[in-house]
Design a protein around this ligand. Sequence first.
Ligand SMILES: C[S@@+](CC[C@H](N)C(=O)[O-])C[C@H]1O[C@@H](n2cnc3c(N)ncnc32)[C@H](O)[C@@H]1O
Length: 454
Amino acid sequence: MASAPQNPTAAAAASDLLRVDDLPGRGRGLVASRNVREGEVLLSEPPVLLYPSTLASLRSYCAACFRSLPAAGAAVPCASCRAAAFCSPSCAAASHPRLLCTALSQAVQEPLLFLLSAYSLPDPSLHVVLSLSSAPPPPPGAQDAAGLHAAVAALAPPHMLPQGFSPDLTAALLSKDRGNSFAIMEPYRPGMSLELLKARAYAVYPRASLFNHDCLPNVCHFDYPDRPGPGNTDIVVRALHDISEGREVCISYFAANWRYADRQRRLLEDYGFRCECDRCQVESRWKDDDDNNGDDGDEAMEEEEGEEGGGDGGDDGMEEEEEEEGDGADDFPHAYFFVRYLCDSEGCWGMLAPLPPSPNGELSHVFECNLCGKLRKEEDAMPDEGTSGMNITFLVGSSDYDYSLGLAILLIVSLGDTIDLILFQDLSHQSSTVIVLVLPHTVPQTILSEALLV
Ligand SMILES: C[S@@+](CC[C@H](N)C(=O)[O-])C[C@H]1O[C@@H](n2cnc3c(N)ncnc32)[C@H](O)[C@@H]1O
């Protein structure tokens, strides 16, 4: 596993690459304000709010900067609460949220970590959080906002609470947290199960919270919490591929390999919308999705809460020379997307984005995974022909298509005992588009070549 790049934000603090637009049916969104090249950093932003994911994480990470704590003895315990520790005297001087610190000297429940941190913010920062979009109400019983409010009131000295402290304000803050927080993950170590990787902290980034979701995003975000120097908890958003000026810039709110039904369920329940991106439009016609796509371990990923954001990045930028008339929405090369941008480390499913171009504009051709940190050369994305020798089983075909005419093929392919899939989309009814979804990392080149030639 390669290490993180030396200077991942070298391509500049680039907030001027994005502008905020009101987008019909999707609220605010971020749009490229000029042509963007693959790997470019579109956003590098510090959090307005940062809080520990669990009480246990306070024993492993600095309460101020969330770097891994140095070995026992070298950490600096918080002089006030003694429950948290800092990685250095300067972090100890910066301290941690004052209400949280006060509460930690008593018994504090984990679900209060966010509220105690949010209520410690200065007013302008609290207003920034409140300006973000709200998540839909949680299902009954899922989160007792009134109970959490009462617990904060019981723990916090009244003079430390902000003006306007009320059950409604607490409910509003909880909703902002659900809809906008990003996880800062534990460090990955080679050999560890990525599915068990947990968040060390959660962070709210005002500008990154304006990214809408797309199931084929055109950017992904990175965090480098253990890197030295300032800004270790900044979110860094890089372009997966070229993005044309005026295109909406979108992240995926979860791992890109989720199946259609799970994606739609999550987006509706947690974000209150139905996704109508290009990929969803294709997969909504795939009637067998639910029955046949199997259990591919999504549950573990749903726990991960690793990514938030939003939007419909759709077909932007890629392979433009192959686009035909119209907006090109049907021409997005899904196969290319999965082979190129989905990490092939076992069980990872992180996204690979090119490293930033060099200062003289040269593209990197090295891709970095935003979850396991693996670096992969561009030429290694496509496996060699005939290397796999895998047992390929055709599990299902759709009755919607006339195979005898050979006009369309729709297949799920299981490679070995993992559930991987390839969808050859209708060639006759829609357009000349070939859409192939490939989730394994070892699909033989021959399969892809055949698909693209059909
Ligand atoms: C993190 S916010 C993104 C910014 C938000 N649009 C705003 O106005 O602040 C998430 C919310 O944006 C909206 N959203 C995100 N992606 C969307 C999409 N693909 N289609 C429709 N609405 C979307 C949903 O309302 C969702 O709850």
